[in-house]
Ligand binder design. Structure first.
Ligand code: BGC
Length: 638
């Protein structure tokens, strides 16, 4: 559909239909019939917004039912169904779960990230979904932030390179045609400087135009709070150590415009140059003004100076968070440049407010038409307005062996060998191997947050391979592998011990964490393993560097596997020397809490424990079983 046809379509639309296109609703809050009646532009599954049963087929039916609703609307404009596929299409049970982006940052491999995005697109289109709220392009400057794991690096150049690779993969730059049904629309997020907020600045009181609004709306954040409370009631003991609680997420970035442009804007500039058609606005603030109503950043800078002609979507409850006066929030947000609003629940209230604003003139019809034109333009580019039955991938693609092989490769390339005194590669014919740590046998902990549910599912059922299974599969038939989560092995000394220490899973503000030291229970486990094994290998499952200085000397070899996802065999591929260690730290690894955040590290007299870019090469087994390569890794400067 060309520009003239889009203009004709807009001139044929009622105000309700225009506002409907600008409305994005959470799937629990709307029915397909309501989508038809109001011509709703988009429906989303927030993280964990899964159908029952959670199968690829049920996903497809659910998405189709909403799409059918849209096609029954007066103008038959299809909707965009959006999900968070931030490390694979991981809401779906049985999908391929890739390492979180922090691990992909360690690979520094844009070709791999591109292929991961292609796989993710295949597993999304298999379920009928054509819009992914990814890639995140945050450049976190404080690893205590609960979204550090979603970001490729603290280094803007690496973030830019890998996020462009992901976007190009998702949107299949090789085909050059967004209307190809295998293409998934990316959504670059969260604009802008969400990784620059300062500790303690995340207050519930939103600030608008320098003057405090009246605090949170009654409903604002209510549902998230309920989800958090439920999760804590079930898994609370996992979070006993670490001093968790929102301090950074959605806070205020107190940085100059020069710093914003230098450190946080480049990924957007590159994404726009490489075909970004939708961008999500951050729930955070810059210089005490909320991004959601920031006309200078959204309209003057992004749409004007950078020439972004796709559409801007708000983040979850972004307008609700602005305060009691919802009407005013809607007016400010749309006038600032929001084109689509992730309401996500009280969509009628949003529609009524914006329709009223169009009648009073608080929001001009020209602004509404501009928003609708942007949305329809992107739908047209995706081929959605072309009146052809959408082709969809097959559900067999979800979690296929071929896709899992890509994930395993990603894991192997993401593992960073932090220190080693020659303990790796491990021999396959070792007589006795002890494996300890809950996470060695728990894929929920291995995958972290944003897997099946918003904060993940510790102990849950996720198809894949655990590290325990991978070790058992890697050793010789004669080798005895004994597992005990708490490391209670009773007497015999093992040749090799593998101990896994994991952060509990989290998402967004629930992952803000003041204390990055290991809990006493983990330290006891490490010490106990030390006394029961001749050679001890530590494996960290974590969404950020943890403070391990005090325990590092207990290990003969220590690796971080980040949050590797469903395929832990990638870890044994490097531990047993089938593949070399190539992972390099995408974040500096602080020595102590005085070196957090990054600005404190930069000012600190001592170097970090391991600098960004660190990663020992290890050695590769050149002749199976017996010989190891001559190039042996050396102990790092820990
Ligand atoms: C997050 C976004 C996400 C959205 C939809 C928000 O809470 O900040 O990153 O895309 O929810 O699930």
């Amino acid at each position: 559909m060309d520009d003239r046809s889009i203009d004709r379509l807009i001139s044929d639309m009622t105000v309700v239909e225009k506002v409907g296109q600008m409305t994005q609703v959470e799937k629990y809050s709307i029915t397909p019939d309501e989508v038809a009646q109001y011509g709703i532009g988009s429906v989303l599954s927030g993280a964990g917004g899964n159908p029952e049963p959670n199968t690829p087929e049920a996903w497809r039916e659910m998405v189709s039912a909403f799409q059918d609703g849209a096609l029954r609307s007066r103008l038959r404009i299809p909707l965009l169904y959006g999900v968070d596929a931030v490390h694979g299409n991981t809401n779906v049970h049985g999908s391929t779960v890739f390492p979180h982006n922090i691990g992909l940052g360690a690979t520094r491999d844009p070709d791999l990230v591109h292929r991961i995005a292609r796989v993710t697109a295949a597993e999304l289109t298999a379920t009928g979904v054509r819009w992914d709220f990814a890639p995140p392009v945050s450049v976190p400057q404080d690893i205590r932030w609960g979204r550090t794991l979603e970001a490729y690096s603290e280094d803007v150049d690496l973030v830019t390179e890998l996020s462009v690779a992901f976007l190009q993969g998702l949107q299949d730059v090789a085909s050059g045609d967004l209307s190809d049904p295998r293409v998934v629309l990316g959504c670059v997020k969260h604009f802008v400087a969400d990784g620059a907020t300062s500790w303690g600045s995340a207050t519930p009181e939103a600030i608008v135009d320098g003057t405090p609004f009246d605090g949170l709306d009654e409903d604002g954040g209510e549902e998230r709070r309920r989800v958090i409370e439920e999760h804590d009631a079930e898994f609370g003991e996992l979070y006993e150590h670490g001093t968790w609680g929102q301090q950074l997420d959605q806070g205020n970035a107190d940085i100059s415009e020069q710093e914003l442009r230098r450190m946080h804007l480049p990924p957007y500039v590159a994404a726009i140059a490489n075909g970004a058609r939708s961008i999500m606005v951050s729930l955070s603030s810059w210089q005490d003004a909320k991004l959601h109503i920031h006309g200078y950043l959204l309209t003057d800078l992004l749409k004007g100076e950078l020439g972004f002609d796709g559409f801007l979507v708000s983040d979850w409850l972004g307008l609700d968070y602005l305060g009691d006066d919802y009407y005013r929030a809607v007016v400010l947000g749309i006038n600032a440049g929001l084109d689509m609003v992730m309401v996500p629940h009280e969509w009628e209230r949003f529609m009524v407010a914006l329709i009223r604003a169009s009648e009073t003139g608080d929001v001009s019809m020209a602004r509404i038409d501009d928003a609708v034109r942007r949305i329809l333009q992107v739908k047209a580019e995706l081929g959605l307005l072309d009146d052809v039955a959408p082709e969809r991938g097959t559900t067999e693609a979800v979690g296929s062996a071929e896709h899992r092989a890509v994930a395993r490769e990603a894991v192997a390339k993401s593992v960073v060998l932090l220190q080693d005194n020659g303990a790796v590669p491990l021999r396959r014919d070792t007589e006795l191997v002890y494996v300890a740590g809950e996470a060695a046998s728990d894929i929920g902990l291995q995958c972290g947050g944003w897997t099946i549910e918003w904060r993940g599912i510790p102990g849950g059922d996720i198809p894949g391979t655990t590290l325990l299974q991978a070790v058992a599969g890697a050793v010789s038939e004669e080798t005895e592998v004994v597992y005990d989560a708490s490391g209670l092995f009773g007497g015999r000394i093992a040749d090799v011990g593998v101990v896994v220490v994991a952060e509990p899973p989290y998402a967004e503000m629930t992952g803000d964490r003041a204390d990055l030291t290991l809990p006493p229970g983990d330290i006891e486990l490490i010490e106990s393993m030390r006394s029961q094994c001749r050679s001890l290998v530590g494996v960290l499952y974590t969404g950020r560097p943890l403070l391990v200085t005090d325990v590092a000397e207990q290990f003969d070899a220590l690796v971080t596997a980040w949050l590797p996802g469903s395929e832990a065999s990638g870890i044994t591929d490097v531990l047993f020397g089938d593949l070399p260690f190539t992972g390099k730290l995408p974040y500096a690894w602080p020595r102590n809490r005085d070196q957090v955040p990054l600005a404190a590290l930069d000012a600190a007299p001592e170097p970090p424990l391991w600098p960004r870019g660190h990663g020992l090469p290890g050695a590769v087994v050149i002749a199976k079983q017996e010989e190891v390569a001559v190039e042996s890794s050396s102990r790092s400067g820990a």
